[in-house]
Design a protein. Structure first.
Length: 219
């Protein structure tokens, strides 16, 4: 269930929107405080922020939210007074979309759905990055343990190769999926590719360490 957080929305409008959004299947809530900490605490998918663009009262909050790694992925729709000039000004401030007040609920809901559709591929890529990071850490721990075990050289070499191959294949699949995404995020793809390179490099270093250790044992 997508989570929507209302910031600085007038009381009467806030009550109506929370009721309508909840009826439409969203997890909607209004917050008394509007800051980065509140967003991190609630982890919303989208924020509805009411503002007067002419006074730039939302500028600081937009900069903080879009400049923080934890809150930057959250989509922000401004509910703003004014016409085309004010809407374009709000977009320049960093909002993902702007809707002029007054507005029709059907248009607001359509814009919410559009923003959530745009956000979904990037969310999948972020999960793939987290999963790849986890696999990379697990592979590193397994490789280190294998090298330290007192096993025969052949058995150790087979296990080393298997773990390294599985790690590379897992990250490779994640990279491939990311590259096939229609709206893939370039920076996330680069992170996945970097992880794959790190695993390969780590495997090569451990392979050398293994051969050196076996040579020392033979001597």
């Amino acid at each position: 269930m997508p989570k929507i957080l209302l910031f600085r929305v007038a009381q009467d409008l806030s009550v109506r929107l929370v009721r309508e959004l909840s009826s439409a299947g969203y997890d909607a809530a209004a917050s008394e405080s509007a800051d980065v900490r509140t967003v991190i605490q609630h982890e919303p998918d989208l924020i509805l922020l009411q503002t007067d663009v002419r006074t730039l009262d939302c500028c600081g909050l937009l900069v903080q939210l879009k400049g923080n790694d934890a809150t930057a992925p959250v989509k922000i729709i401004l509910l703003a007074e004014g016409g085309p000039l004010e809407r374009s000004r709000a977009l320049d401030l960093g909002a993902d979309d702007v809707l002029s007040i007054p507005f029709e609920p059907v248009e607001l809901f359509a814009r919410i759905r559009a923003q959530l559709r745009e956000k979904a591929p990037d969310d999948r890529l972020r999960l793939q990055v987290l999963d790849a990071n986890k696999k990379e850490r697990e592979a590193a721990a397994a490789l280190a343990e294998i090298v330290g075990q007192k096993e025969t050289g052949k058995k150790r070499w087979i296990a080393l190769s298997a773990v390294a191959a599985l790690a590379v294949i897992g990250v490779g699949i994640a990279v491939r999926n990311a590259q096939l995404s229609r709206k893939s995020n370039a920076s996330l793809v680069l992170q996945l590719q970097s992880l794959r390179s790190e695993i390969v490099t780590q495997g090569q270093l451990l392979e050398r360490a293994q051969k050196s250790r076996e040579a020392t044992i033979r001597i």
